[in-house]
Ligand binder design. Sequence first.
Ligand SMILES: [Zn+2]
Length: 291
Amino acid sequence: MNSNDTLQRFIFEQVPIRGEIVRLNATWQAVLERRDYPPPVRTLLGEIMVAAALLAATIKFSGSLIMQVQGDGPVPLLVVECTSDNTLRAVAHWDDDVRPGPLADMLGDGRLVITVNPSEGTERYQGIVELEGNSIAEALENYLTRSEQLDTRLWLAADDGQAAGMLLQRLPGSTDEDADAWPRAVHLGTTLTRDELLALPAPEIVHRLYHEEDIRLFESEPVSFRCSCSRDRVTLMLRMLGNEEIHDILNEQGSVKVDCEFCGQHYELDSIDAELLFTAPVPAEMASTHH
Ligand SMILES: [Zn+2]
């Protein structure tokens, strides 16, 4: 457990407002050490990674939340998966000619896809919206305010050392006694600088912003990098490619090689493994989680 990788929840005691701060350090480094992301791509990926962790923390679920930004610009894909156990993995694709610039220039005509895959029981959920806004934070605020009908504000930042973010959300309920509470909380949030967000421990940020408010700080939760790839999952994916495709690959290359995009783990199946792909039964737990 790394104390620099935390999810910190807090609530306002007198008004229905909740907050969360996510700080990623080792988790973020685990993503960065696997690919040499150009700085503008790195910033976007760090921001969306933090955003996914913040969003996952606002919903009660068991399973994984996947946030994808897909576009036709020089950064065509950003993907983050966050599980209900606070583990994260992330990857981005980019063209060599990517330059720092407005969000729309980097992503092009983009859309935001949010998928919640429950581990069991409830239905899979997927929301897809056009990407609108000048930042990942703004795009996600638009999405949340519209889809959840909850006023939400996000602050996101990432550099080569950390990725961090804060979320404020106004929950259903009366703020009659203190009608100014939400705009005040948001206004104080906007006084937080990017450097402070990246550098300060979460309790210090909460204190610095809201020491005059009645705040309850929950115990912080650890967050970590973990890739959910496995030989079983790769096997299942290859089975879906079909017998013919696999045999073509075997004939050309002698074995079937798959590298996990998220963690770089190398999987290789020789011709005997490949033969077993289509004769062995699908492991029960894999079959039940992939319809
Ligand atoms: Zn992996």
